[in-house]
Write a new protein. Sequence first.
Lengths: 105, 210, 495, 509, 625
Amino acid sequence: MGAGIPLAYYLVLGTLLFCIGLWGALTRTNAIRILMCIELVLNAVNLNLVALNRYLDPGSVEGQIFGLFIIAIAAAEAAIGIGIVLMVVRRRGEVDINKIRLMRG
Amino acid sequence: MTGAAIAFAILAGIVLLGAWRVVTSEQITHSALFLGLTFVGMAGLFILLQAPTFALLHVLVYVGAVLTVVVFAIMLSDPEELRGPRPDQPLGERLRRRLLSPYYGWIPVVVTGALAVVILVMLARAGLPAVPQGEPVTDDLGVIGREMFTRYSVPFEIASAALLAALIGAIGLTRRDVREADGRRPASRAASEPGHQPQARVAAGEEVDR
Amino acid sequence: MPVLRADELVFILPEIILAATALLVLLADAFAGEERGAGARRDWIGYLAAAGVVAAMVAVRRDAGDPGAILGGMVARDGFTAFFKAVFLIATALVALISIDYVARRGIAAGEYFSLLLLATTGALFMAGAANLLTFYVGLELLSLSSYALAGLMREDPRSQEASLKYFLNGALSSGILLFGISLLYGATGTFDLMELAQQVQQVAGAGAGQWSLLVLGAAFLIAGLGFKAGAVPFHLWLPDAYQGAPTPITAYLAVASEGAAFAAIVRVFFTAFEDAAPVWQTAFLTLAVLTMTVANVAALRQVNVKRLLAYSSIAHAGYILAAVGAGSELSRPAVLYYVMAYVFMNIGAFAVVTALQAQGEGEQLRDFAGLGRREPALAALLVVFLVSLIGLPLTAGFMAKFMVFRALIAAGNYWLPVIIALNSAISVGYYYNLVRYMYVVPAEKEPVPDTPVQVPAPVWTVLAVCAFFTLVLAAWPDVFLRWTSVSTMVMAGF
Amino acid sequence: MSASLPYLSLILGVPALGALITLLLPAGSKQAIRTLGTVALAVPVLLVAAVWAGYDPAVSGPQFVERYDWIPSLGAQYYLGVDGISLALVALTALVAPLAALASWNIEHRVKEYWVLLQFLIVGIFGVFLALDYLLFYVFFELSLIPMYFLIGIWGGPRRDYAAMKFFIYTLVGSIVLIVGILALYFLTGASSFDMIELAQRAPAAVPEALKLPLFVLLLAGFAIKTPMWPVHTWLPDAHVEAPTPISVILAALLLKMGTYGMMRITWPTLPDVARELSGVLAAFGVIAIIYGAFSALGQRDFKRLVAYSSVSQMGFVVLALAAAAGAQAAGLEPAIAASAAQAASSAAVFMMVAHGLASALLFLLVGFWYDRTHTRDFDKLGGMFRTTPVGATFLAIAAFANLGLPGFSTFIGEFFSLMGTLPVFPVAVYAALVGLVGAAMYNLTMLQRVAMGGPREEYAGLPDVTGRELVTFVPLVAGMLLLGWFPGVVMDILNAPVTQFVAKLGGM
Amino acid sequence: MESAWLIPVFPLIAFVLTVFFGRRLGERAGWIGVAGMLAATVLAASVFRDAVASPEGYAASYPWLRIGDFEVRAGFRVDNLEAALLLMVSFVSLMVHVFSLGYMHGDARYNRYFSLISLFTGAMLGLVISDNAVFWLLWWEIMGACSYLLIGHWFEERPNQAAAYKAFITTRIGDVLMMAGFWYMFKLTGSLRFDDWQAWVEHSAGGGVDFTRAMTVAALLIFGGAVGKSAQAPLHVWLPDAMAGPTPVSALIHAATMVAAGVFLIARTYFIFAQSATALAVVAFLGAFTAFLAATIAIVQSDIKKVLAYSTVSQLGYMVMALGVGGYAAAMFHLWTHGFFKALLFLGSGAVIHAVHTQNIHEMGGLARKLKVTALTFAVGMLALSGIWPFSGFYSKDEILLAAYDSSYPVLFWVGAVTAGLTAFYMTRALILTFFGQPRDLHRYEHAHEGGPELTWPLILLAIPALTAGFLAPKLFGAPVHEFITFGEHVAAHEPESVVVLTGTLFSVGGILAGIVVYGLRWISTATLRAALETPYYVLREKWFFDWAYERFVLGGSALLARLVAGFDRAVVDGLVNGVARLTVWVGDVTRRWSTGLVHTYMLTLFAGVVALALLILQVTGGLR
């Protein structure tokens, strides 16, 4: 299964996903959506890791385990991110990061 | 074209479409849904890569935890985007307007595009193999489980500490204060209470404080 | 398969103690009941946390035996780790002490605050002691996640919220970039283990194989990710905002521990794994160094918010340390170590003064310092010592630290960068001395001086005294510390 | 030579101890603080006298050496010693410091801090002249900076904020660069210590040709700014004008000497080849400073600014002479004449430092003398002081003539022999410097006339003349100028041996 | 002669005593100076007697300063010339001191005055016997400083300040050139001793073009000092203005001390000049020019002291010219005699001023009736200056004219002769306008009276040498002048020529007669003359525009330069410094704006940074190729 596909395809896909995530983070102003874009980025990394694990180092699960840690951390990150967003929301009633700029310079 | 290739193409399409719509959907709820789609596509890819355990855990955590939290947040935050669709413009018009605005348009495109090009060029040069250089671990659940609790036990503990920290943090940030709920401040500290003065200071400093 | 040995746990005893104390603090706070009423300062929580840190400090093992990786190859056992552990623990203890009064006066929930602080430190310790990119990553995230939360713990202060949000968004993205870099490295070498990585890098670099391009790209992403943590330009823009908004002790903590951990990781990763690919990262770090220090120093010149000013200052110092890293000479590592250590004392010292003032609602703005020289001579004089040290004038730790950086660079035959650092130091006088000016020189007509005395609590005095003592001693009798730094690098795993 | 007591450490230690004790005194006990400070700064006079008495002029190396490990892992040592060159300047410091202390008695604002800083400042200055370890030297070199900032910044005039900052940053730029140079030297020579003498010996052979010039610039910049050489001198007038009188005295009399001393002690001997190659340029800078300083001084309407610019001009002679010393061997002269010219120029350079120290100290004291009484330094508002305060004005006349290089005063010896030593090497520079000599006469006499001559002004009727304390500050300086003017051998004799060595090094011998 | 060094010491002791005790003693302090001078004079006389007895002279020196192998010794030397000068200087100065006792009576700064003239005299005496350049310069400059302070004695008035300033600065211009000359000689010889120089010059004499050129350079530089101190054109402008000081000071400066030093400088270093024909020619012509120039200006001065001042300039020019044409002995002899009679004239004018309180000769007239002693002695001085036999001036001037006549530039002889005529003319004018005719200001005339003995006795005592020094000199010296004052073997004695004597006398007598015709008998009205010679008169009144040039170029130039430099310093040099600072801050402000507060900016920068970093690393590692 999947052996017919060159590794590069996975990596290109990962790269595209990564870049879409970054692009999204750059262009959207809703903090929650940026959070989602960050998840896309992490997914891209996971894809890379698992694919590389499968193709280059198939005898081990090192890449997969790293990926699992990323998943776990991503969950934690999401939790705290949502916490922060909600804190902001409660005070300001919005999550448009363009409007949050008390501090600058 | 093998079945695997077709599967890959479909899954890749799903993932990319999902990712694209996560970014571009007008409504944030749609984004969340497309994010879920992406996750599922990703799981398919993992299965294609013969990592079923990973795929499973991926779906469990991402869909079961992350996505839930995100949706939860969307509901709680009640942002403007949630209040209904804006008048839909044709895609071409939207794209044109987007690309013309530098800050949210072409500059990010150029930057991420450049990044993509750099990565892709490097990937092309890497001489990556077309086929796996061996067979995958058969009992991946078992191996992962064993490794996780032996060799990787320290990182595992750290990760759990991270989760704990996230928990404390999330609670600490969002919890309503008792005093706040009471609507009054402790009398004895009112004088030296920073609550008043810092705010005043901050307000005063706002103009100069750039 | 590496065997996990329980007796090796003694080497991560400090981390265990820290995490346990974090839980203890949390539970104690929870079970202490609801008497959150009038005058209920929970100062004891802070002291408990500080005690835990001290206990962890005691547990730091310097007699590491053979340097190497332990606990499944995840954790490094060497003097380098011990050094950074000691430094971070000292920093945390100091920060904990200056937090106590601040937390109480600002209405920050002490339980969360201190447990997060301890957890963050745990992460920092693991970062410093990582022998595997995985340990490094989870340690980093533990530190980061705690920091995001800590920055926002003054949840009624919009600036604190904003700091937290900005820090989080930028931090999460940058860790995505870091991870992508790690995945590329994995693609190039097939391992996360630093020592194996070193071997692979050696092979790849020697063979000029196709993986080289992945390796290089991965290294670039890794540098960016670590540079973000360290506050290197152009990855620094989050930093002033986060530092300004965060609770002041946390600002101090971020400046010394978070930045320090980043440098520990940088040294660990690049001097262990990438030693044979020095050209890959040396130029990068040198370029970043120049950019970082220059941009930070000029941008700080006209800051009127002291925390923001010190934030830029910490960026500038990151630039100096990066220069030492980029020197890539034998003397680079001692320089980095020494610098981080010196920076802990001088920077926490400076922040302690700000904290002391802030506890009564001042100290955020430059003009709050007007006439401090007369109002509170001792406090002002101590701040001068710290600022002078931050500038890098002799007889203060900052001088020896810069001296070490110069030494590392010049030993590597780099003469132009020291000159740039020198000019930067001179520029930095422009803003550090702004504080001094306000304290001593700016006439009272211009800036009215409040006649209320500054109430400095005892723990802050302790911190000030310790910081001042070490700031001076590190320069006047630096020998023992210099020896320690050089010994600590010599026994590093992989060398 | 008895090394029974660590004299040099005591010279450093007494004022330092004084400062520490002052810290412990209550801020209100002004008289005690002043007395203690003055005593602490006066004791080094005795110590220096003892050192002078025990100094063997025939020996060229450092004497009264004290050498202990300080930072063994870097090779830095606590290494003190004097040779004739440093002894002359140490003696100058020992003389001027107590006078500055006496002149500080009328400072009423934040007395305690003032005296602490003053004593630390003097420690730094002594240290610079005593240290023989580069790192130690550097520490002292910078140590003098911080107290100076505060002394100008807190006790200065209306623009003290600007002046103090300018002084601080300006001189800091130079001195930080210096440490780069020192380290470069350390690594290039492969030395295991920061021993100045050793490094200087090794440097010419060890430093690659391509690096010599940059290294020279690094080692020069800090000293050039401190001296100050033209065109990096503009911090000086501002600092002087704003500084309180005693601090101006120290600044002009002592601090500037650190620059030229550094050139002589470090820059020149370390890279004699470069010094020789650049001697023409350096001489040009020296001459420009002489002329430019003189005419800038002439163009001032502020008493203190004039004196400040006169320092620029006077220090130009030192730079010119040092340039000549460096270039003498390459000027195609007869060897005997070249050696003798270089010797004369170098000795005169040191002598000039001392002489300028005395003259400028007196001038600044006098500026303060009238400023205290009239609260102005504007020439248009001064005048007739020969009638109003005849004794003070007489001292001004003495100072003016001493400063313009009247024989019989020490400045003359310095100028005469420095230019004498320079003429064989850079004749054109000397001919140009003549303009500066005339200019010196012009500005000094203009100063004298505008302050002291003319009819008595009504608003200053009844100004008190020189008080006893002021007299005590003026007289030693005049005595010193006359002593050295008539018996220059007092200083020159101790200079001979070290300067001979210095010249030999410059000649590559 | 071994004790010759004590001669300057006495006045210096007097100086020190006056400084420290003068205030307590009040006007008695003047006697300290007189006593000091008396001692010096007695000692000088004894030294002179010794010198006459032993022609080889005496020199001694002691270690003073050693710089490496280079040594400066403190020494003194007394030769015939020095002995004669010592005697003249100390005697004249003694007279001035005594005169001052009366003249300065009641002055507010009496002590200061006396201390300074003692120092002044001491410096001159020290200069005469010094044997090396350093001590020469020492005394030389101290005189300059004293002259500054004495000319500015009444410093309340601005013109007096300006005069003092002018005196110091113009002489300083010469001084620094002289110093350069000394340094130049050091470069050549490695020594600062006059005797070493002489030995070196004589040893290397005939050393070719290089040597001659070096000698020319050295000579001309040193000559600069003489030009300044001895008031040669164009640096003579200070001297007439220096009349702003008290009159006895003028006597001291112009007769005995400062101006003599300049001429003496040339004599002292004559061995250098002798090696360079060019230098000698410059000296000769400049001297002649100055002599003529000053004599012409003196004609139109109405201030009695200015007349004398210009006459001094003129006479100094005479001496310098004499040195230029090889009349070494003649010049020195004239210096010697001139000292006496010029002091006499100045003190005489001082007595007049003391009596009438004006310096303008047009406000005087007929004073001979009231001031008999003064008039008589002034006439003696005038005749000596005019060079009328048998007054002292005749002998010395005759020698100079003789030297000029014998030289390779005979034209100088005629210039000298004409100048002699002019000198006689203006001195006659001054004498007649002051002492004869009708008083033009009756009020002043009424109040005029002869001063006390301290004023008259110096006049009388000075009149004696003014009258007799010429013909008594050979007896006094025990030898003809040119044998007593010799310069090596180069200068042979000039045989007296009757043509010269006759021509000189003719011009002098002619000048006197013309003076009598115009001012005494008034056969020709001065107004007519003025009208007829309008342009020359204007030029003379304007002093040949030298003062104008001084104001314009030296004062105006330096002020302009000072303004320019000070402005440049503030605007450009300091402006650059402040500009750099401001630029840095500006860059900082721009950089600060980068931190917009928008998360997007931050992330965008971050990503762009990643791209740039990746490209940089790839570039460095060659990954882009």
